[in-house]
Write a new protein. Structure first.
Lengths: 830, 110
């Protein structure tokens, strides 16, 4: 059995003994501990809570009995003054001399008292009323002295100083924190964060004074004031000094160990001078770092215990990352790593909202989190701490480090994905192609999307494409100015473009190109402009057919073989026997390859030849269901109150009314709606672009921004309205706002989180901006401008409108289904 | 010194129909022998012609959006230059044909 002596009974000393015992060290060592505080072992971190009067129950880690129970001999209140390394003996101030085989120094640190006149009565005695804030004794002395006092000054505005100030403030003292530098908690925070923290701290009734260095303490038997370098002074009855700590290295110095800022150790936490002497905690200096926080301690003691017990002789400590939290009730502050960028290529994302006391920032270096500060909103702290500790891959949208964004989520980080993983399923683009494109010099998201066509299909992969491009470009992504433009050929965002269109009376797509596009006509911009002009001008829009996408030229959805799908309107999903008979007859007559019930409660006739469209429409004698446009598509309903025994509202009728009123309205992207007669949500209204859910007594929840397609998102409740008329009106108002403000092809599930639910409620429900009347009027004009496009079947608008575009191909090329085979892989529309 | 042999493919002019049958800015498809051809009448009056089928997945190019220099396939948005048939966002080329206006008639050389 070897003799193990541990000098220091603080958090480090006790923890290391626990770790050694946990590794069976009790069999290997006879353990003796020296501690100069006369207690068992307590959790120093909790002293702030003790000072604040927030309970002391949990402060003792190991009571005195613990030492006896574990056969550890404790010399409490005894100080080791010298080590004879050659004789392997320690000498204590009570005359004890003990031999050791292994020695652990865990003497920690002490309060640093900056040199100030009037601080000390003599070499060892502070002026009455002056306190450090380090030990249990400090804390109890402060508490008893504070009783009946009215004012205190805390010198030092770091973590400990603020906790001391808060604690004393809780006992009714007027507390002023004096920080000689300009920034509170300058070890952890940059100036921006420090300024916001200052507001928050002042909000707790603590006054803060920065930029002045205290030079003397005034006293008359006890403290009466603090004097500053510029001669000004403030009165106070009490001074707490929290201007830093200094490692207790005296024992190391007198024993001939190498000491710089603290006792220098190797990766096994051994003194570099003596393999039998370990050093751990705040008195150890490892690779130039001295840690003053608790987390590094846990890591150091683990390595030390592994090594000394030979549990893992290869155990090595590689340094710790600094992370800390402020323990002040009502102030959420977490900080880790560095407060701001240090190298020119460090990434820095910062969010400041002073009046709400919120500050968040992250520093990313080489794709790894090296710093984070969260003040006022620590929602992300767990995620960030994990990323920081473990160096996990980060979301390439760095903003997601600070906020949980709505909209599509990416399960996998761009960095981890294999090159062969298909990113854009619509256009079959793998990660490797995107990366290759970036390597070849295209460093903008839009550029890569244009070159590879990734994200140009359904669009649901756009954010993943952006992540990969950012990752591949290694932070050197070029943000094209054009990213905010409504179309790539005109350097204006949507509001500016609408304004220009209105101001200059541009009613046709060609007029817009002539007036606003520097390079003139652009094929890729036509569809988006046609949609916008139709929204702006309604009936007064000058329709140029070549600006329309083929679907809108022939009012049907083009299929992979050049045939089309025909979906008649079936409002609310309600049909009749006569309609079904007609549909069946048409299917027979035109040998429709497939008849399919859609997800939007309609019937899709697929594989119709272009030249047959007019005849098909004529024989169907039903209006267009707009299953081909960037427009209002369909309103799904459940059976509501008429038949369902659970129904709370007539969802069927409301769905029909909404579909009839808003049918065919062009919009930035398709809109799929639903109405549910009760919260059982059978029509899936909660995951629609707009969904209405009856909640009883003629009240309807209006959901917006839901999705259950390539992205899945539950809608947000915009409002709960009373009556079907109100529900219809708010539906239309939201639609009109979306039509006027969403980006081209931006679905509501991206639009709603982008604008924000609160903002939408303020604008559309509370009419904060006074725009509701205008929205409603413009929607009404759009509704009135509607005409059924399938009427063009009888009188084509252009020559050859329904002319075959693949004249030599026998269409349909798609397989004709007779209903007996099991279908697979057909692209359906609603 | 030998002169390299140059083979000149045989070209025949075909009259496809009236220009007025192609709406401004749009395209129409024609069968010319065994060839399917898309002819575009651009907004400035220029005529352009190319093979009617997109080499990527068989899309009908005559149904695409056009501007002064390009046509976009309606199926997957491949962009082809009207002048030489090169695709700017894919590794494809389409054949282009000389086409002209003869007294209001579309005439193509194939």
């Amino acid at each position: 059995m070897q003799e193990l002596i541990v000098v220091g009974n603080g958090m480090a000393g006790a923890r290391v003994v626990e770790e050694i015992l946990a590794r069976g060290g009790g069999q290997r060592f006879r353990i003796t501990m020296f501690g100069d505080e006369p207690y068992g072992n307590y959790n120093r971190i909790m002293l702030s809570h003790v000072l604040a009067g927030e309970g002391t129950d949990e402060i003792y880690l190991n009571p005195v009995e613990w030492y006896a129970d574990n056969d550890v001999t404790l010399h409490a209140g005894v100080r080791v003054v010298r080590i004879d390394r050659f004789a392997r003996k320690v000498f204590a101030d009570d005359g004890t001399v003990l031999g050791y085989d292994k020695l652990i120094i865990a003497t920690g640190s002490r309060t640093f008292f900056p040199p100030m006149e009037g601080m000390w009565v003599d070499d060892r005695t502070l002026t009455p009323g002056v306190f450090g804030f380090r030990t249990m004794d400090d804390t109890t002395a402060m508490l008893s002295y504070a009783r009946g006092r009215r004012s205190a000054v805390v010198i030092g505005g770091g973590l400990l100083g603020l906790e001391a100030a808060y604690g004393l403030g809780r006992h009714g003292l007027d507390v002023r924190v004096v920080q000689s530098g300009p920034v509170l908690m300058n070890q952890q925070l940059d100036a921006d964060a420090g300024a916001i923290l200052r507001r928050v701290v002042e909000g707790l009734g603590i006054s803060v004074q920065t930029g002045q260095r205290p030079s003397a303490i005034r006293s008359a038997g006890a403290v009466t004031g603090v004097v500053f370098g510029d001669g000004t002074a403030i009165d106070t009855e009490m001074v707490v000094v929290t201007a830093g700590i200094r490692p207790n290295v005296g024992l190391g110095v007198v024993s001939g160990l190498t000491v710089e800022r603290a006792i220098v150790v190797d990766d096994q936490m051994r003194s570099v001078d003596d393999p039998d002497i370990y050093v751990v905690g705040e008195c150890a200096q490892h690779r130039g770092q001295v840690y003053g926080l608790v987390a590094p301690l846990w890591e150091q003691t683990g390595v030390l215990a592994d090594h000394i017990t030979a549990t893992d002789p290869a155990a090595a400590y590689h340094g710790s990352r600094n992370a800390t939290k402020l323990k002040v009730a009502g102030v959420d502050l977490a900080s880790m790593g560095i407060p701001g960028p240090e190298r020119s290529d460090d990434e820095f994302v910062q969010f400041r909202q002073p009046h709400r006391g919120i500050y968040k920032s992250v520093v990313v270096r080489d794709g790894r989190l090296v710093g984070a500060t969260l003040l006022g909103d620590v929602e992300k702290v767990a995620f960030l701490t994990q990323s920081f500790d473990r160096g996990l891959p980060l979301p390439e949208q760095r903003i997601e480090l600070l906020f949980t964004l709505g909209g599509p989520e990416q399960a996998q980080g761009a960095a981890e994905m294999d090159d062969s993983v298909q990113v854009c399923n619509c256009n079959g683009v793998a990660k490797g192609e995107l990366v290759g494109c970036v390597r070849d010099g295209t460093k903008s998201v839009t550029g890569v999307m244009a070159a590879t066509r990734a994200g140009k299909g359904c669009g649901s992969c756009k954010s993943l494409v952006a992540q990969i491009v950012e990752w591949a470009a290694d932070g050197a992504v070029e943000v094209e100015e054009s990213a905010s433009w409504y179309v790539s050929s005109i350097p204006l965002d949507k509001p500016a473009l609408i304004e220009a269109v209105r101001a200059r009376g541009l009613r046709s797509v060609s007029a817009v190109f002539d007036a606003l596009a520097p390079q003139g006509e652009d094929a890729g911009s036509k569809m988006a402009l046609a949609s916008l002009l139709r929204t702006v001008w309604g009936r007064d829009y000058l329709d140029e057919r070549d600006a329309r996408f083929i679907n809108d030229r022939v009012h049907a959805n083009i299929q992979r073989d050049g045939t089309f799908s025909v979906v008649p309107r079936m409002s609310g999903g309600v049909t009749t026997a006569a309609e079904l008979r007609r549909i069946a007859d048409v299917a027979d007559k035109f040998t429709i390859p497939m008849i399919k019930v859609t997800g939007g409660q309609r019937i899709d006739l697929l594989g119709v030849r272009k030249q047959d469209l007019p005849a098909v429409w004529a024989e169907l004698d039903m209006p267009s269901g707009y299953a081909y446009g960037k427009s209002m598509r369909t309103v799904k309903t459940c059976v509501g109150t008429d038949f369902c025994r659970y129904g709370l509202g007539d969802s069927t009728q409301l769905g029909i009314d909404i579909e009839e009123r808003y049918k065919g309205l062009e919009s930035p992207a398709k809109m799929k709606l639903a109405v549910a007669g009760c919260p059982r949500n059978c029509s899936e209204a909660m995951v629609k672009d707009i969904g209405l859910v009856a909640v009883g007594e003629d009240r309807w929840e209006v959901y917006v921004g839901g999705a259950a397609g390539a992205s899945v998102r539950k809608g947000d409740v915009l409002a709960v309205v009373t009556g079907r008329a109100e529900a219809m009106a708010l539906t239309g108002r939201f639609m009109q706002y979306y039509r006027e403000n969403a980006r081209w092809l931006e679905r509501t599930y991206d639009f709603v989180p982008r604008v924000g639910l609160e903002e939408l409620t303020a604008i559309l429900v509370e009419d904060r901006d006074g725009v509701v009347t205008g929205l409603d009027e413009r929607m009404q004009a759009s509704v009135e401008a509607y005409s059924d496009p399938w009427l063009e079947g009888g009188e084509p608008v252009t020559t050859g409108q329904f002319h075959d575009s693949l004249p030599l191909l026998p269409l349909p090329q798609v397989p004709v289904r007779d209903g007996t085979a099991s279908p697979s892989g057909a692209g359906a529309t609603v | 010194m030998t002169v390299p042999e140059v083979t000149v493919p045989e070209v025949t002019a075909h009259r496809l129909g009236l220009i007025a049958e192609i709406p401004v800015g749009e395209g129409r498809a024609y069968a010319v022998g065994s060839e399917q051809v898309a002819v575009f009448r651009l907004r400035d009056g220029t005529l352009r012609a190319m093979q009617a089928i997109c080499p990527h997945a068989g899309g009908p190019l005559a149904d695409g959006h056009t501007d002064a220099t390009t046509v976009i396939c309606p199926l997957h948005n491949h962009v082809f230059a009207l002048a030489d048939g090169a695709c700017t966002n894919g590794d494809y080329t389409v054949r282009v044909f000389p086409v002209r206006d003869e007294n209001g008639q579309v005439v193509i050389d194939i």
